[in-house]
Design a protein. Sequence first.
Length: 202
Amino acid sequence: MNRIALVVHYCFALAAFVVVSSQWEARRAQSWESCMAALSSGDLAAFNEVARRYPGTDAARWAELLVADAAAAEGADLLFVDRQRAEGRLRAAVEMYASLMTTRPRGLLGERTVFGLAKARESLGQLEESRRGYEAVAAEFSGDPIAKLAAGRAAAHPRVVLVLLVVVVVVVVVLLLVVVLLLVLLLLVVVLGLERGGSGLR
């Protein structure tokens, strides 16, 4: 009798596993259908809905990545137009990427997440953090096109800092020259004013 009960128990467990597995597979398929629909419409709200309705699925993670990418791209585009708004969008992107990193994404999703985080930090001027992110992508995903791009960006960081330093020095020198020029002009005005004032007294 115990063997029969054990067999019945295993049959119920197997049936439950099959039902749960099929439900999970159906949910997974629905999540990808929703993600593809959002992708074809280009609607960020639809991506947010995918992430909300299907948390923990790969489709939700990709939707979150695409929303973060959009925020980072918008922030980068705004940098020279509206710096305050740009920094807000870039900080939002950093938060989204960092949140996605807590799910430990792998493969292309992981590579794109770390690369996006590094790019957003670079746009915010967080050069050391972005360099470390680029180096992580280059080391972990070596051989991939994104990893090669990341390696190039990581190698360029010392040059970027040097270029920024040169730009700052040039700006300071130009400002000093402008101040000296203004002082010379002021001196000329004073001297010419004194000469005119002196000729009127004679």
